[in-house]
Design a protein around this ligand. Structure first.
Ligand code: MTE
Length: 761
C-alpha cells in the first residue's frame, strides 16, 4: 500500500491555517437579506398574537414571517415528524423560534426582531423527565410523554441475580452537553429563477437539509439543491438542526425572492440547538465471586426535551450499548426517551452511549474493588472477544480488538506499578488511576438500516489529477484526507493529485447522514466502487503498453504502472493513450451496508455491522481540601480496524479525549425554572488547551471485513470512555465514588466531606 496507513497532511490544513477557508459567514451575495429569529422567552406558553407592525416600521426591515407564511408543512421531518419550523399556537421551550425578521442589514434585522410583539399566555411547564413519566403528570407528548421505549430481554435475569455472589446497584446522572463547535449554525438560501432554492451552509447532513427545506417550502427534492460550505465542527450538533436554520433562511428567500442569510449568535445557538441528552440511569449488575458478570439490569431515561427529533434513535443506540463491552447472558434493559419543556436533545458524539457507559464502567469498577480484583483484570475476564455473543445476542466476527487495546493501555500506563488500593491516610493531594473500556457499533445499524448507503463520483483527468465527490461531509474529522488517500490508492495516483469536492445533493445520490462514524466505511466503499472501472481502464492500457498479457499483474503506484518484470510506464503516456482511445475515466459508485436486524420485543439481533473497541487509563491528582481534580495523563488505545491516516487517528483521540474531559469535569447546561441561564461561553465552560493533559494515543488494528482495507471508523469513541475512567481514578485516589457528572470541585469536595463525616473524621 502506498497511501493507506501513510501519515499525510490534511487536505484542508492549508486553507484553514491561512484563514482562506470560506465558511458561510464569509459568503456574501448581492442583494442578500439578513435574517433574525424571534424566540419564546417562556418554557411553555400559548401564542395568542404576533404583531409585526412595529417591526415593519424599522428602516431596512423587509418582512416578518410566522408559521402562517409557510407554503409547505410546518415540520422539520426527523423520525416522528413533530418538530415545527416555527411555533404555531404553542411554544414548548425557552428559545423556540416563533417568527423571522428579514432586513437589509444585521442591525435592522435585530432591531426588527426586538420590535415584533408576541402576546403569550404562560402555561405550567413539565421540566423533570422522571416527573414526566409519572402517570399523574400533565401530558405534553402523546398519552404518556414517552417519545420511545426500547427494551432488551435476554435469558433470566431474576434467576441469575438470585445466584449472584455480589450485586452492585446504583443510580447515575449525566448532564446536558453542548457541542461547542467553533462555528455557529448558519445558512444562506438563494432562490433560483425556476422557483427552486439553493442552500449552502454549515452542516453534517446535506440530504436531511434538502428534505427539511423541500418539506417546509412544499417543493420537489429536485428543486432544492444543498451544498455544504466549509463547516467548523459538528460533533452531532449539525445533524438534524441545520435543517431548521436552512428552512428559516429558505422561507425568507422564497417569500422575498432574494438571497437570505441566517447566522445564529452563540447565545441563540446554545439556547435553541440540540444537546447531548441528560441521562438518568438505574443499574444493577450481578457477579460471581470470580468477577464474572452473570446478570445486568438497566433502566435508562433520557430527557428528550420539547420535541422528539433524534431521541428515538439516540435511545436505541444507548440500549444496544447499555451493558458495556462485556459478555452477559441475562439482561434486562428498558430505555425511555421522555418529553419535557426544554431544549430538544439530539445527536452528540457517542449518540446516547456515553451516558450508559458512565454507569456500566463505574459498575464494573465498583465490582472489582468489592471483589478484591484489579479493575483491569475484571474487565479482561468479561471483555468481548472474537466469536463472543454481545448482550443483545449478536455473534461477533474475528475482529474484536478489545483485549489488545486493554493490554496496550495497561502496559503504556505502567498500570501494574501505579495501581494501589485507595489510601485511607489524609493528605492534601492524592494520586489515583482508573480505567474504562468501550465498544461502539459502527454505522447506523438496525436502528437506521434504510439510510445506510452512500454514493460517490470520481473523475480522472487526462493530466493525472482527479476529483471526487461523496454525499458525506467534512466537519473537521478528516474525511477529505482519508477518502483522498483511498482514491489515490485505488487509482495509483499521488495523494496530492486528488481533490475532494464539496458535497452537493445534485451531484451524488442520497448518502444518508454523516454520523455514527460511518464515513470511512460507507463513502470509502462507495469510492472504491467508483474507482474500480477507472482502474480497470488504466490497467488495460498500461498492460498493453507494457506488453503484459494479464492486466492484474500490473501494479499502479503513485502515477506509474509497473509490470511483473519491473518495467515501468508513466501515467502521462497511459492517459494520453486513454484520451486518444476516448476512454471513459469518470464513474459513480454506491455502497450499502450489510444486513442488520433487531427484534423490538427482545432486542435480539445483529444490531451493527461491526464494532470498534477502546480502552482508557486516566491518572489524576485530587486536592482533598478543595475537591479539584487535576488530570495528569490519559492513555487511550483504540481498535480502529485499520488506521488509514495515523495522524488523523491520533488527532481524533486527542480531540475526543479533551471533549470527554469536559463532559467528565466541567460541562453543564443550567436551567432555572425552565429558562436556560448559561448559554454563553463565559458561563458554559469547556476545556481550554490549559486544561488538557498529555494524551498518549495508541491504536491497535483488528481489521473488519466490512470496511475499506479493514478500517472500522471510530470518530466518536475517544470521548466515550473518558468520564468513567476519570470517575474511577477519583475513586482510586479518594475512596469516594461519584455517580453524577460533571465531577466539579463542589461535587468532589462534597463526596469527600460526606465520606469523612461517615467515618467520623
Ligand atoms: N472531529 C472533528 N474535528 N469535528 C467533528 O465535528 N464529529 C465527530 C467525530 N469527530 C467531529 C469529529 C462525530 S459526532 C462523528 S459521528 C464522527 O467524527 C464522524 O466522522 P466519520 O464518519 O468520518 O468517522
Amino acid at each position: 500500500m502506498t497511501w493507506i496507513g501513510a501519515r499525510v497532511v490534511r487536505k484542508d490544513a492549508r486553507e484553514k491555517v491561512l484563514g482562506k477557508a470560506r465558511f458561510v459567514a464569509d459568503i456574501f451575495v448581492p442583494g442578500m437579506l439578513r435574517v433574525k429569529v424571534v424566540r419564546s422567552p417562556y418554557p411553555r406558553a400559548r401564542i395568542l398574537r404576533v404583531d409585526p407592525s412595529e417591526a415593519l416600521q424599522v428602516e431596512g426591515v423587509v418582512g416578518v414571517f410566522t408559521a402562517k407564511d409557510i407554503p409547505g408543512r410546518n415540520c422539520i421531518p426527523v423520525v416522528l415528524h413533530d418538530l415545527p419550523l416555527l411555533a404555531d399556537g404553542e411554544a414548548k421551550f425557552h428559545g423556540e423560534p416563533v417568527a423571522l425578521v428579514a432586513a437589509e442589514t444585521e442591525e435592522a434585522a435585530e432591531e426588527g426582531a426586538r420590535r415584533v410583539v408576541v402576546e403569550y399566555e404562560e402555561l405550567p411547564p413539565l421540566l423533570d423527565p422522571l416527573e414526566a413519566l409519572d402517570p399523574s403528570s400533565p401530558k405534553i407528548f402523546g398519552q404518556d410523554n414517552i417519545f420511545k421505549h426500547w427494551k432488551v430481554r435476554r435469558g433470566d435475569p431474576d434467576r441469575a441475580f438470585a445466584m449472584a455472589d455480589l450485586i452492585v446497584e446504583n443510580t447515575y446522572r449525566t448532564p446536558y452537553q453542548e457541542h461547542a463547535y467553533l462555528e455557529p449554525q448558519g445558512m444562506l438560501a438563494i432562490p433560483t429563477p425556476d422557483g427552486g432554492i439553493e442552500v449552502t451552509g454549515s452542516m453534517q447532513c446535506p440530504f436531511y437539509v434538502r428534505e427539511g427545506v423541500a418539506t417546509v417550502l412544499g417543493l420537489p427534492l429536485a428543486k432544492v439543491r444543498v451544498v455544504q460550505a466549509v463547516t467548523g465542527g459538528g460533533f452531532g450538533g449539525k445533524e438534524d438542526v441545520p435543517s431548521i436554520v436552512a428552512g428559516q433562511a429558505a422561507l425568507v428567500a422564497l417569500r422575498t425572492g432574494r438571497p437570505a442569510r441566517l447566522i445564529y449568535t452563540r447565545d441563540e445557538d446554545i439556547l435553541s440547538m440540540s444537546k447531548r441528552h441528560p441521562g438518568h440511569i438505574y443499574s444493577r449488575y450481578g457477579f460471581t465471586k470470580e468477577g464474572i458478570l452473570i446478570a445486568a439490569e438497566v433502566r435508562y431515561i433520557l430527557d428528550g426535551g420539547a420535541y422528539s427529533t433524534l431521541s428515538p434513535v439516540v435511545a436505541w443506540r444507548g440500549t444496544v450499548h447499555a451493558i458495556g463491552p462485556y459478555r452477559c447472558e441475562n439482561v434486562r434493559v428498558d430505555t425511555y426517551a421522555v418529553a419535557t419543556n426544554k431544549v430538544p436533545c439530539g445527536a452528540f458524539r457517542g449518540f446516547g452511549s456515553p451516558q450508559v457507559l458512565f454507569a456500566a464502567e463505574s459498575q464494573m469498577d465498583e465490582a472489582a474493588y468489592k471483589l478484591g480484583l484489579d479493575p483491569i483484570e475484571i474487565r479482561r475476564r468479561n471483555a468481548l472477544r472474537d466469536g463472543d455473543i454481545t448482550p443483545t445476542g449478536q455473534r461477533l466476527r474475528a475482529e474484536v480488538g478489545l483485549l489488545g487495546a486493554l493490554e496496550r493501555v495497561e502496559v503504556a500506563s505502567g498500570w501494574k506499578e501505579r495501581f494501589k488500593l485507595p489510601q485511607t491516610k489524609t493528605g492534601e493531594r492524592r494520586y489515583g488511576i482508573g480505567c474504562s473500556t468501550v465498544h461502539y457499533g459502527v454505522c447506523l445499524g438496525a436502528g437506521g438500516r434504510n439510510l445506510d448507503r452512500a454514493g460517490a463520483f470520481v473523475q480522472l483527468m487526462y493530466d493525472g489529477s482527479a476529483v471526487f465527490a461523496v454525499g458525506t461531509t467534512e466537519m473537521g474529522q478528516g474525511m477529505h484526507t482519508v477518502l483522498s488517500q483511498i482514491v489515490a490508492e485505488e487509482l495509483g495516483l499521488p495523494y496530492e493529485a486528488v481533490r475532494p469536492l464539496a458535497p452537493d445533493t445534485h451531484m451524488v445520490p442520497d448518502s444518508g447522514p454523516t454520523v455514527a462514524s460511518r464515513t470511512t466505511v460507507m463513502s470509502g466503499n462507495a469510492l472504491r466502487d467508483a474507482c474500480a472501472p477507472i482502474r480497470r481502464q488504466l490497467l488495460e492500457v498500461a498492460s498493453s503498453l507494457l506488453g503484459v498479457e494479464d492486466p492484474s499483474k500490473v501494479r499502479l503506484e503513485n502515477g506509474i504502472a509497473i509490470g511483473p518484470d519491473g518495467r515501468r510506464v508513466g501515467y502521462d503516456e497511459i492517459l494520453r493513450r486513454c484520451f486518444l482511445e476516448r476512454r471513459h475515466l469518470a464513474s459513480s459508485g454506491f455502497s450499502v451496508s450489510p444486513e442488520t436486524t433487531w427484534d423490538p420485543e427482545t432486542g435480539a439481533g445483529d444490531a451493527y455491522i461491526t464494532y470498534a473497541f477502546a480502552a482508557n487509563v486516566v491518572e489524576v491528582e485530587v486536592d482533598m481540601e478543595t475537591g479539584e481534580v487535576e488530570v495528569l495523563r490519559v492513555h487511550a488505545a483504540h481498535d480502529v480496524g485499520r488506521a488509514i491516516n495515523p495522524i488523523g487517528v491520533e488527532g481524533q483521540i486527542e480531540g475526543g479525549t479533551a471533549q470527554g474531559l469536559g463532559y467528565a469535569l466541567m460541562e453543564e447546561v443550567l436551567y432555572d425554572r425552565g429558562r436556560m441561564i448559561n448559554n454563553q461561553f463565559s458561563t458554559y465552560l469547556i476545556p481550554t488547551a490549559r486544561d488538557v493533559p498529555p494524551i498518549e494515543a495508541h491504536f491497535v488494528e483488528h481489521p473488519t471485513v466490512v470496511g475499506p482495507y479493514g478500517a472500522k471508523g471510530f470518530g466518536e469513541q475517544p470521548l466515550m470512555g473518558i468520564a468513567p475512567a476519570v470517575a474511577n481514578a477519583i475513586f482510586n485516589a479518594t475512596g469516594c465514588r461519584l455517580r453524577e457528572l460533571p465531577m466539579t470541585p463542589e461535587r468532589v469536595w462534597k463526596a469527600i466531606r460526606e465520606a469523612r463525616t461517615e467515618e467520623g473524621r
